[in-house]
Design a binder for this molecule. Structure first.
Ligand SMILES: [Zn+2]
Length: 99
């Protein structure tokens, strides 16, 4: 199921740009207790897998990486537990599991 799709330099560069933008947009999420950092390669994989859009509504702005199962509830930092959500969907999700 896991496929590396970034074997092309140009694609990798644009992925990195996307991730950098995502990081900037995620600044607001510095609330709550300390969150484990998501590894860079997992971010790239999730970004590529989810197409750089909110997995719920398809928004392309105010995106950030979301733990499907919150770290506080035992979720990890693997790509299977990370998805892209926009700010709106993330706020609606709160910390529910199985969103
Ligand atoms: Zn959304």
């Amino acid at each position: 199921m896991k496929k590396a799709v970034y074997d092309d330099e140009a694609d990798l560069a644009s992925l990195r740009d996307g991730v950098a933008n995502l990081e900037a947009a995620a600044e607001y999420s510095k609330t709550g207790p300390k969150r484990d950092r998501i590894p860079e390669d997992v971010k790239l994989l999730v970004w590529a897998r989810d197409g750089g859009t909110c997995v719920r509504c398809g928004a392309k702005q105010d995106l950030h990486f979301d733990h499907i199962i919150p770290v506080a509830k035992g979720g990890g930092n693997s790509s299977e537990n990370i998805q892209i959500l926009c700010k709106t969907c993330n706020l609606q999700k709160s910390d529910k599991i199985g969103f």
